[in-house]
Each structure stands twice: as structure tokens, then as C-alpha cells.
Design a binder for this molecule. Sequence first.
Ligand code: CP
Ligand code: NVA
Length: 302
Amino acid sequence: MKKDLLSVYDLDPADFRVIFEKAARLKKMLKAGEYHAPLKGKTLGMIFDKSSTRTRISFEVGMFQLGGIALFLSSRDTQIGRGESIQDTARIMSRYLNAIMIRTYAQEAVEEFARYAAIPVINGLTDLLHPCQILSDLFTILEKKGAYEGLKIAYIGDGNNVANSWVNAAARLPIRLALACPEGYEPNAFIYERAAKAAKEGVFLHRDPADAVEQADVIYTDVWASMGQEAQKAKRADVFKPYQVNRELVARAKKDAIVMHCLPAHRGEEITADVLDGPQSVVIDQAENRLHVQKAILEILM
Ligand code: CP
Ligand code: NVA
């Protein structure tokens, strides 16, 4: 049976291990200049309803490196943009392609697509979730810290798609997740409650970022206004001001804490330039790992 990657909640601890071991191997082979083309002759379709730099390039280059190709399908230029149903699109695309990656607004759309598709479907970000991001982030933590078990991750800012995926990860892995979000901007309530019951090391929601970063091994933030929330930008800038990741906040975490951001970042808003570009920041390695981890996902699913 075909397998999809729609949410990290669907993975068990062994799945994470398999992905990370393969990603490490693929990264090593690439750095050594070894050609490895298990997806020769295979095609990945990539549907984008929203902008992307990292996701698009890493999936496209990843497919090329694995011997296959990727098609960039902007919904504007396909019949999807003119209202062709998800059902028909998914069934037709399954006859041409070997897997599909979708970046769109509604999580339900990706789930519906997966129901009708006969090929693996990968969630490349929705309003609700960003599973490929969190898998790459965990892999980065593994590289930087040697393990993620028992570590404290402090997520500061908006309870958005990235935050929700972190909450899902905490439901599955022994990490301690402390979120600091303003009132009304918490992670999805269903996802949070589900994780609070399942989490091995715990999921905690704070109002004060200082409480969240105390003893943290990782400080993570994301934009205050996600794609699709542009109209709320000014209001959000006001609400989130106390949630900036700056030098004072970072100083409250463990001395060897790393700073992460899924990018794109807005220097001077959710994070200061000195922190984003400073010695504790791992954001560039983090972005690079999207490539290695997604190649592992592609090889496993295809
Ligand atoms: N982090 C991330 O998904 O970046 P893009 O929006 O550039 O793909
Ligand atoms: N939360 C951000 C993540 C971008 C990668 C957004 O959805 O715009």
C-alpha cells in the first residue's frame, strides 16, 4: 500500500529513526560526490498554491540528485486554479507521476488529495502543518546535539503550522516542548490536547517567553504573520512584540543552546539580526538539511 507524509503525528519513533539514518547516509554520499540514483525514471509533481524558496528548490534538486525529475505545478497555470476537483486531479496525476508534494492552504485539501491519489502524497506546508520542516529540524538537532531525547525545545511566537508540527513531534518523541504564545495565538487546540495526553516528556504552554526558554537546549521561532495572513501583519506586529527572540532572551537559555528558525526570517521582528546571524544560530545548516531529509523521505515513500 502507498504511504503518505501528511503529518508527523502519523509517524512512530522507528519511522523517525529510519528517516534520519537515511538522511545522514544520503548527506554523506552527496558530500563525498557519490552518485546515488534509486529514483531513476521517476517523477515527483509539486503543486504550489503558496510561495516557496527552500521547499521548492530542495525537493526539485533532491529528485534530480536521486536520478528522477520534479515538475513544478503552480496552481495558477494548471486547471486546479480554474476549479478542477481535487478528486479528478489526484486520480489523473496518479497516472502520470510517482509521487506528489503539495503546498496549499487547507490541510483537508491535502488529505482529500491523498485519499484519491494512488501515489504517495507529501505535505509541503498547509495552514495547519509543516511536517517536512520539523523532520529536518529534528535531524539538525540530532547533528548538533548528538540526540534529541530529553532535550528542551522552546518555541517562541505564533502557534502556527510550524508550532503545530512541533507539538505533533512532542506527542511522538521524548522531547520537552515549551511554547510561549500570546493569548489567542496558541497552537491548534485539538493537536495540543492530543499531544498533552501522549507526550512522553511533556508539552507546556507559557505566556512569558522567559519561562519557556529557561534551561532550553533549542530556541525556535517563526514569522509573526504566515503566508495568507498578510492583512493581519500590523496587528500581529503589535501583539507579538514581547515575543521577539533577542540577545536577552537567548541569554536565559542554556549557554550552549542553539537558535533555529524555519526561514524566511524578518530581522528586527520575531528575531534580531545579531541572534539570527550570531554564533548560536544554526539556521543555514537547518535550511540545508531540508534537502537531505526530504531526499530520505522521497526514497522511502517512492
Ligand atoms: N521553510 C520553508 O518552508 O521555506 P520556503 O517557504 O522557502 O519553502
Ligand atoms: N509559518 C510560515 C512558515 C513558512 C515556511 C508560513 O506559513 O508562512
